[in-house]
Design a protein around this ligand. Structure first.
Ligand SMILES: Nc1ncnc2c1ncn2[C@@H]1O[C@H](COP(=O)(O)OP(=O)(O)OP(=O)(O)O)[C@@H](O)[C@H]1O
Length: 330
């Protein structure tokens, strides 16, 4: 394990920001700290970095007890949402900074910076000032700067948080590829479940100062430990007293089965390739998502009466033996 967080607690006045948090972060992986705003993610990251002290508990980094070490002795690199670059220094000098203060030989600095700028695809911007870069390019420069001193751990606090949706998406794909090349143990904070699911090897879900679940994106999505994780990781709807994903529901227009709930389609919304059908039963409004083709083959419209059920774990359609009547949404 690269980072061991053991029974860490942190209060701000009377407010409990972290309540007995224990997490093991494996070496070489990309781990996301995911959760709603104010849940304690940044506080945990800052405690790993040494920027904040835990009231109790311990932090080990690569087998070394780092609990009482100052940030500069932990060999960690950071990138924050609003990265403070040296405005008057070129991109090259910004990336070189950590190596220069460590008094590395000039030739080594030059070749290392060139290598890093190539890694983050900023070679042609080496002589620009940070103000002449786009927001996404600036964050890539920040990553190159953090990597320059070869940290054992890279800590990213919402590094793409201030960027627009399209650039964020590009940068998260880029971060994944970069990590596949560099393999430095990386912990990043995000409140965006899609970002965590897409990028992380492992996700730690943090809410109200506690760890709700730790697992791979698949584990969390398919086997959420509780309703909080299930709600946080993706869309949910309720059918009877079951909390389910809208795409795990089926609808059909055949004769009702004991497992079915009868309802009327009260709204149909198209979102890209998906159709979201709102179905009003005797006591609930249930949301079902289907692909467009699945929806079209049902031959229903607003006002139609349909049967809704949770897709059986086994083969969809086996309950009636008539696959054409039962559709499992993607
Ligand atoms: N220095 C501080 N003094 C007082 N309260 C603080 C301090 N730092 C954080 N907090 C509080 O601790 C709680 C956890 O904050 P933290 O920044 O860790 O949450 P977060 O999960 O990272 O949320 P966000 O995504 O909004 O940054 C919040 O309620 C915050 O107001």
């Amino acid at each position: 394990m690269s980072i061991e967080i053991k029974n860490v607690a942190k209060r701000f006045g009377g407010f409990v920001a972290l309540d007995d948090v224990s997490v093991s972060i494996p070496s070489g992986q990309l781990t996301a700290l995911l959760g709603p705003s104010g849940g304690g993610k940044s506080t945990l990251l800052r405690i790993i970095a040494g920027l904040e002290r835990a009231d109790s508990g311990r932090v080990e980094i690569e087998g070394l007890d780092a609990t009482d070490l100052p940030p500069q002795k932990r060999n960690v690199g950071f990138v924050f949402q609003h990265y403070a670059a040296f405005k008057h220094l070129s991109v090259h000098r910004n990336v070189a900074f950590g190596l220069e203060i460590r008094k590395r030989p000039k030739a080594e600095i030059r070749s290392r910076v060139e290598e890093l700028l190539a890694l983050v695809h900023l070679e042609q911007f080496a002589d620009r000032l940070p103000s002449q870069l786009s927001g996404g390019q600036r964050q890539r420069m920040a990553l190159a700067r953090a990597l320059a001193v070869q940290p054992t751990v890279l800590l990213l606090d919402e590094p793409f948080g201030a960027l627009d949706a399209k650039v964020r998406k590009e940068l998260r794909e880029w971060l994944r590829r970069l990590h596949d090349e560099v393999h430095v143990t990386t912990v990043f904070v995000t409140h965006d479940q899609e970002e965590a699911l897409e990028v992380a090897d492992e996700i730690v879900v943090i809410n109200e100062g506690r760890v709700e679940q730790i697992g791979s994106p698949d584990d969390l999505y398919d086997q959420p430990a509780n309703d909080f994780v299930m709600r946080f990781l993706g869309p949910v709807t309720q059918l009877g007293d079951r909390l389910v994903r809208p795409h795990d529901l089926q609808i059909h227009t055949g004769a009702p089965d004991p497992a079915d709930v009868t309802g009327r389609i009260t709204r149909i919304t198209r979102i890209g390739f998906e159709i979201r059908a709102e179905i009003t039963t005797s006591d609930q409004i249930v949301t079902v998502t289907l692909t467009r083709n699945e929806f079209l083959s049902l031959n229903v419209e607003a006002g139609s009466t349909v049967q809704v059920r949770v897709a059986p774990q086994i083969h969809a359609g086996s309950a009636t033996g008539n696959r054409s009547e039962i559709l499992r949404a993607t």
